[in-house]
Design a binder for this molecule. Sequence first.
Ligand code: PLP
Length: 371
Amino acid sequence: MKIEEFTLERIQSLYENTVEYNLSDSGVHPYSLRELLSPEQQNALLDVELGYGWTNGKVELRQAIANLHPNRTPDHVIVTNGSAEANFLLVMSVLEPGDELVVFVPNYLQIWGWARAIGVTVKEVLLREELGWIPDLDDVRKAVSGRTKMMTVCNPNNPTGSVLPRETMDGLVAIARHHGIYLHADEVYKGAELDQDEPPSFADLYEKAIITSGLSKAMALPGLRIGWLVGPVEEIYASWQRKDYTSITTGAVSEFVAEIAVQPGKRQEILSRSKKILRENLALLQRWVNANGDLFSFVPPKAGGMAFIRYAMPVNSTELVHRLREERGIMLLPGDVYGLDRHIRIGVGAPAHHLETGLERLADFVRSDLK
Ligand SMILES: Cc1ncc(COP(=O)(O)O)c(C=O)c1O
């Protein structure tokens, strides 16, 4: 099996841990265990037995995740190693060579890459900047056909931070229902909406919806490596069969902490911290874009940890990003990894002084050194 390089992740794994100012992260500055847990919980953590546990996830954790949705039981949930494993199991459980998948781009291209690798035909629906990166339902209607098995959406979207309006969500559900296809939604940024209430989950709108979620992005706990799928019992069971072949279980320590984090009160506390960091940083970024409006512009993100910024300089985005890292010690992601040159992705979940210094260096570089 041939698989295309997952350039987005490759660039990050090569450089993000060594660069001075990493602004390529898409999440929110992570918690430490000390910040997250009460002294009693920290103490209880020391008694966690380091056994294997359940291969589909500890039942209490699956129940707590099911409780985030109406009318769901632990059988509708599988716990995975990060939402990355959830996406992988989804592809391996639902799609087969020769199937057709509809994706939206720009997007986190993990499902796109796995699907192509196993011989699925991937049809792309382009999100347009002038529409606020929201899909045009007519484009979706044209892309979905009798051969389509699944449509997959990332909401809130990576990299643009757009959030689907309720009528667009309903429109996508109507199209999926009309064709009887699966509707998958990666909702790992859900809960980090900045100026609106948290929208519903696709899992609560459509009987053939399967959602990916987890603790890495809006929940600021990526080091736990906890994600999950919620969906119909049969498809969740199929993903469990595949998980026996992949990672067997998630870690006992992570499951213990995750069960605390997903309790409604704690979840809201975590999301409030994320939104506070994101709102403050976004205001800073907006001021910077205003001050540099001759070269940079963007549709401000409605949620999540990043902004997708268009620039006017006549330079390729990958080249720009490598030069910024080598010459100024700051790391961004190039639009190229999303197939959209002349854009850069900037994380807004980093500590404010990182963002501030990074943006200063970026402006200085493009004005003085970029020929
Ligand atoms: C949309 C989306 N889904 C899934 C993932 C994988 O996240 P993790 O495995 O850390 O939960 C990412 C990571 O950037 C992402 O942006």
